[in-house]
Design a protein around this ligand. Structure first.
Ligand SMILES: Nc1ncnc2c1ncn2[C@@H]1O[C@H](COP(=O)(O)OP(=O)(O)OP(=O)(O)O)[C@@H](O)[C@H]1O
Ligand SMILES: [Mg+2]
Length: 382
């Protein structure tokens, strides 16, 4: 057997000063619940001098309304088998200072059998500051949540009401262009202005649609119209819309769909929207002459998609923010609203799929997402 280390007994005077100097209140009481020890910490917390409290009932340190219950608990504790316990396991503990002020406390009590009978000892800490800080954090959080809700409601409302007038501008600009094409006498400058109006109002309409989608996703109200969906057709549709943009910056769009991808259950319009957002980004952040590849393959019960570019990439520090609403890298030209990826993620999750992004600064970016072959309930998102 290894020898037991010899430990010197700590002198009582040292123990007494350890007790005295503790920042917590350390209070002892005898069998009659009369105070026998009241350390410096207790003096600071309760505002009584030790001489004022010695011999006084312990319950004097509790608010009046708790005294009867406390005496009852103490008697239970004195006769019970448990030698120590945390006070307030069932409800919060409060103390009362000499000036009558109440405060919340963390306290534990122990019962020690000694030659002079039972000694109760209470260790107590004033937690008013902590509770105040917790309360402040709760209030701030609630206020921030309310502000976000108010902003989203407002956004939803404003964008909804903006749609009709914007569509009116879009329609009328389109009508002027069609009149000119039909050979009607429309001055050249008017037709040219109508073209700019059409382009601007189309952009505005797309932005409003994105804002509405984001509010829908946020409130979990995005509804999918699931039906048999062909992955290749969805990809070709998205690529078709983006072809002019890609041609403008000489970016080559390549599509590769595995033969084994079956028709699957999804919302085809949302899938096109999602692919358009990803391919749009890939084109927007790629240098002229580079390639953007869109791939799809079946893996078990899922379709795996990937949109790959060799563009400017996203730095490792910025990557975790990429899916945040309104987030845009400071390094990129900030056309757009920073909503495309947030919406893309929302659409994938609404289908019960997963999305992730891999990127190397200066090298390129790939966004991977999976959609289940059979539409399923989306998992609960925290
Ligand atoms: N393929 C990519 N390559 C490099 N950076 C990207 C790529 N995709 C997204 N990003 C970065 O992430 C940001 C957010 O993308 P997101 O699609 O959400 O918004 P956006 O394209 O800026 O605007 P919106 O899509 O609303 O028109 C972009 O501004 C860009 O900084
Ligand atoms: Mg985008």
């Amino acid at each position: 057997m290894p020898p037991t280390p010899r430990m010197n007994k700590i002198p009582d005077s040292v123990l007494a000063s350890v007790v005295d100097l503790a920042t917590d209140a350390i209070i002892c009481a005898d069998q009659q619940y009369l105070v026998t020890v009241f350390n410096e910490g207790a003096v600071r917390i309760f505002g009584y001098q030790a001489s004022e409290m010695l011999g006084q009932p312990l319950s004097k340190l509790l608010p009046q309304r708790f005294r009867a219950r406390h005496d009852h608990h103490l008697r239970d504790f004195a006769s019970g088998r448990v030698a120590s316990r945390r006070m307030g396991d069932r409800a919060e503990v409060f103390g009362v200072r000499k000036n009558g002020e109440e405060f919340p406390a963390d306290a534990s009590i122990s019962r020690v059998e000694s030659p002079v009978g039972i000694v109760f000892s209470v260790v107590l800490r004033d937690v008013s500051e902590q509770r105040r800080a917790e309360g402040m954090v709760r209030t701030l959080l609630a206020e921030a949540e309310a502000a976000i809700r108010a902003r989203d409601d407002m956004l939803g409302l404003v964008s909804h009401d903006l749609r009709n007038p914007v569509n009116a501008v879009k329609m009328l600009a389109g009508a002027i262009i069609r009149m000119q094409r039909a050979g009607e006498p429309v001055p050249h400058a008017v037709a040219e202005h109508a073209g700019v109006m059409l382009q601007a109002s189309t952009q505005m309409d797309a932005l409003i649609q994105d804002l509405l989608d984001v509010t829908l996703l946020e409130s979990g109200k995005m509804r999918l119209v699931a039906q048999a969906t062909n992955a290749e057709r969805a990809i070709r549709t998205a690529v078709g819309t983006l072809a002019p943009l890609a041609a403008g910056s000489a970016v080559k769009l390549t599509v590769s769909v595995d033969a084994g991808v079956p028709e699957f259950e999804a919302d085809p319009d949302r899938l096109v929207q999602l692919l358009s957002n990803l391919v749009g980004n890939a084109v927007k952040f790629s240098p002229p002459g580079s390639e953007v590849r869109i791939e799809a393959a079946r893996v078990d019960d899922e379709v795996h998609f990937a949109v790959k570019d060799k563009g400017i990439g996203i730095s490792a520090e910025e990557l975790p923010r990429a899916f945040d609403r309104y987030w845009q890298s400071k390094r990129t030209n900030r056309s757009g609203a920073g909503l495309g990826l947030a919406i893309a993620r929302g659409i994938v999750q609404a289908h019960g799929g997963k999305i992730r992004i891999e990127s190397t600064s200066g090298r390129g970016t790939t966004v991977f997402f999976t959609l289940p072959l059979a539409a399923s309930e989306p998992p609960d998102e925290g």
